[in-house]
Design a protein around this ligand. Structure first.
Ligand code: ATP
Ligand code: MG
Length: 315
């Protein structure tokens, strides 16, 4: 059976400070490991929403690798092209949170299994006939081989009639803005749906005013710009205009992964053929549920939880 959605990119575990405002460089306690990696969170969330999905990426042949792979499998993600490498350990990110909402990371990603991807993991038959391939900016910024294979996968999917969704998910602290624009450009011009945050759209377009930047972004190719606004909800731009959709009030415990879960819900709703308004409301609900639990992937809700929040039969 053909999968509906495939994503590719970094698989890692996250180890987080138990207490806030504790820098990573001091002695203290950590919680975890939690399965993570932005594209992995995306694919896990979309699987939980009942969409058939597969993932392409690499882990080490170690317990962290097993933890991630088992988690994806348990939620129904096809892991045929997740490879376990003998000579690399699984990627790790250490993270600490500050009371002003900021986060600080130490990444072990490009040097780890997460940074590895080989031609043999891109199978033309596997990718042909899927509805959406989801690409993330964090993956494009790992190294040349990831970039090359992401571009190749985009080409295969587009040539077989599939579509591309793109979350720029930029980490300006890791790459210069000029480089970010350069590596995103081939995806920007071929994607159907782009799902940025305000800061990301500002940076990508080099335009301070977010509304103007979103409208300009639409001219670069995508049919839909789904702007994520954190606790404000989201604003969806199409050629017909824009639609601001309010969020669901929740007690935010951990913001990590909200954007990735929102992406998953947006694509899932879109695949169901719903109106833009209904899709955005559904995605806002999934984002809200995601921030209400600790751990990057732990908040990814099941369809029944989202339906309960959104209300049955509403559009
Ligand atoms: P990240 O990349 O850190 O995962 P992001 O910036 O891509 O995050 P956000 O805008 O933080 O994405 O969150 C995605 C969506 O989740 C928002 O558009 C909103 O619908 C929902 N959301 C996020 N934070 C909250 C919150 N505090 N309360 C309610 N809903 C929220
Ligand atoms: Mg994001």
């Amino acid at each position: 059976m053909k999968l509906q959605v495939v994503s590719m990119g970094e698989l890692l575990v996250e180890i987080m400070r138990e207490n806030i405002d504790e820098p990573l460089g001091v002695k203290g306690t950590f919680a975890g490991p939690f399965a993570s990696g932005a594209p992995a969170i995306f694919i896990d969330a979309i699987a939980r929403l009942g969409i058939s999905s597969g993932f392409i990426g690499s882990v080490g042949r170690d317990d962290f690798g097993k933890l991630i792979t088992n988690r994806l499998k348990e939620d129904g993600v096809d892991t045929t092209y997740v490879q376990s490498l003998d000579n690399y350990t699984t990627g790790v990110a250490f993270v600490t949170y500050y009371s002003d909402g900021t986060r600080q990371f130490i990444y072990h990603i490009p040097q780890a299994a997460s940074g590895r991807i080989s031609e043999t993991q891109l199978n033309r038959d596997y990718l042909s006939g899927i509805s959406y391939l989801h690409i993330m900016g964090s993956t494009l910024s790992i190294n040349d081989s990831w970039r090359r294979l992401c571009y190749r996968a985009v080409e295969i999917v587009k040539n077989s009639g599939g579509k591309i969704s793109f979350d720029p998910n930029l980490r300006p602290e890791l790459l210069a803005i000029e480089k970010i624009r350069e590596i995103c450009e081939p995806i920007l011009s071929s994607c159907e749906i782009i799902l940025p945050s305000g800061e990301e759209v500002r940076m990508l377009m080099g335009i301070e005013d977010i509304d103007r930047a979103c409208r300009r972004l639409l001219e670069c190719g995508p049919e839909i710009v789904a702007l994520k606004l954190g606790e404000e909800g989201s604003c969806i731009y199409t050629r017909e205009g824009k639609l601001k959709v309010p969020s669901f009030p929740v007690n935010e415990i951990d913001p990590t992964g909200a954007g990735d879960c929102f992406d998953a819900a947006f694509i899932a709703g879109f695949l169901k053929g719903w109106s833009i308004k209904r899709v955005a409301k559904f995605a806002n609900a999934v984002g809200a549920l995601a921030v209400a639990k600790k751990g990057p992937m732990e908040g990814a809700p099941y369809l029944r939880e989202v339906e309960k929040m959104v209300g049955f039969g509403e559009s």
